[in-house]
Design a protein around this ligand. Structure first.
Ligand SMILES: NC(=O)c1ccc[n+]([C@@H]2O[C@H](COP(=O)([O-])OP(=O)(O)OC[C@H]3O[C@@H](n4cnc5c(N)ncnc54)[C@H](OP(=O)(O)O)[C@@H]3O)[C@@H](O)[C@H]2O)c1
Length: 324
């Protein structure tokens, strides 16, 4: 697997998102043994960047990742996130206060069975805490050796600049794929100016771009996608055309749609490391093989010209927490 550098942090350019093993999607948490095999297979395929968060489960996803990485810790660039659970007594929403972070980091270290987190992200910008205070607390954790690098998720240009002025930010993680192009306009240019890496989350459009999702009836009622505007009936039908275009390119080059969706992302820069999520061994093998899929300029242009997906990526309340 080829490697890239995210703001000074070396990672294999395809990572693995562990969220769906415990959280958000149909089947989450139903087969931990296969999830652990998937994590192990990812490392065998050369993956280094493993992504989890305190809120996934909550807590159970970090525990699962910690169990799977026992004896393999040094092979991994381990990323987790804080800030969507309050440890300082706030009700609901975000909490990136220094007091909450201090408690959060100890919990994550324990559940992950490690003495250091390689990349520690703020999960969402906290309107109740100046970003300078949050990054100041994170800089102390860097000095103490509890975390190695600082990241932000779904942060806008102004927050990124303010954070980076306090302590270098290594990576920003936001949704980016042929399904969600928002970071291109305002965020990516700032990251490039400041030499900060970018980690696209949901790079397969939450599974949509793989072609495996053909009907909204496929989701369990507690699947995040069942209530997501992009997957609502009228938008869903429009968005199927996007998935079909990706599949058509895949057919022409003998790759799978998931591989084409990842190859398009990888072609956007050598400062980008997507973290496709899967809880299945066969799919992690398929997704990692995107490392060797090359798209021609014409294929890239055809994909880049696809219309935006219809419908917001999140509910109105969640969209309010994202800076774009
Ligand atoms: N920072 C944030 O706020 C945030 C938000 C969302 C996600 N994330 C991170 O990003 C990671 C990836 O995002 P995501 O899981 O939301 O979305 P994704 O990677 O776009 O898609 C995951 C979905 O696609 C399916 N899938 C994966 N590979 C496939 C393949 N080759 N063929 C067919 N289906 C396939 C998975 O099902 P199976 O599991 O059944 O294979 C799962 O339902 C997460 O795990 C998480 O770590 C971060």
């Amino acid at each position: 697997m080829q490697h890239v550098t995210l703001g000074g942090l070396d990672v294999a350019r395809i990572g693995l998102g562990a969220m769906g093993m415990s959280h958000a999607y149909t089947g989450a948490g139903s087969d931990d043994a296969e999830s652990v095999r998937t994590l192990h297979r990812a490392l065998e395929q050369g993956v280094t960047l493993i992504d989890t968060a305190e809120v996934y489960g909550p807590y159970t996803n970090e525990e699962l990742v910690g169990r799977a990485l026992k004896g393999r810790r040094d092979q991994v660039v381990l990323a987790t996130k804080f800030g969507l659970i309050s440890h300082s007594g706030r009700q609901g929403g975000t909490d990136s206060s220094p007091a909450s972070i201090r408690t959060a980091v100890e919990g994550s270290l324990t559940r992950l069975g490690t003495d250091r987190i390689d990349l520690y992200y703020q999960h969402r910008v906290d309107p109740g805490t100046p970003i300078e205070d949050t990054v100041g607390a994170l800089a102390e954790l860097v000095a103490e050796g509890k975390i190695r690098h600082i990241g932000l998720s779904e942060a806008g240009p102004d927050t990124i600049r303010r954070a980076h002025a306090v302590h270098p930010v290594t990576a920003v993680q936001s949704e980016y794929s042929l399904f969600t192009r928002d970071p291109e306009a305002r965020v990516l240019p700032v990251l490039r100016e400041l030499n900060i890496g970018f980690v696209p989350f949901s790079p397969l459009g939450r599974g949509f771009l793989t072609g495996a999702i053909r009907s909204t009836d496929q989701f369990d009622p507690d699947d995040f996608r069942a209530g997501n505007p992009r997957f609502a009936e009228e938008n869903f039908r429009h968005n199927l055309r996007l998935a079909d275009e990706v599949a058509a390119v895949a057919d022409r080059i003998g790759a799978t749609p998931a591989q084409v969706a990842l190859a398009w992302l990888l072609a956007q820069g050598d400062d980008i490391a997507p973290i496709p999520g899967t809880r299945r061994v066969a799919r992690v093998e398929e997704n990692c093989a995107a490392d060797s899929v090359r798209l021609t300029d014409e294929q890239l242009a055809q994909l880049t010209a696809l219309p935006p997906a219809a419908g917001d990526t999140h509910s109105e309340a969640q969209m309010g927490m994202m800076e774009r």
